[in-house]
Design a protein. Structure first.
Length: 129
């Protein structure tokens, strides 16, 4: 296998940080999951009988509806977090700003996921009662 680094980079031991491949694969896997989940989600919503608020609540309250909703939102929030991480790492050059934005990105994604999880479980629990 060829080494494409410059002689100076080889002497300094500089090169890939060895974490890019895992991030790349995770982003591609979440994109593939979304390619599968979003059409299922949209088909499920469009197929609701009346299209009203109560029908949507009943669908989210059903086990299949809750599962589709949570899987779709989980994949979307994870994919969003990974994508924004790349943007921050590539375009923000001040170390402190970069770290603050990366932490905020993770906290916002986690907060959105927790809020979605709470909402779906709350609706499902009311539907079961």
């Amino acid at each position: 296998m060829s080494d494409f680094r410059t002689p100076l980079a080889r002497a300094r031991g500089l090169g890939a940080a060895k974490s890019g491949v895992g991030h790349f694969i995770a982003q591609r896997v979440s994109a593939i999951a979304l390619l599968i989940l979003i059409p299922i989600f949209l088909w499920s919503v469009v197929a609701l009988p009346s299209g009203g608020y109560e029908a949507a609540r009943a669908w989210i309250g059903s086990p299949l509806g809750a599962l589709v909703m949570l899987l779709t939102l989980s994949a979307a929030f994870y994919h969003m977090r990974l994508g924004l991480q790349v943007v921050v790492e590539d375009y923000i050059h001040k170390p402190m700003t970069k770290h603050v934005l990366l932490i905020a990105n993770t906290l916002v994604a986690a907060g959105l996921w927790i809020a979605a999880l709470y909402a779906v479980i709350s609706i499902a629990a009311r539907a079961a009662a």
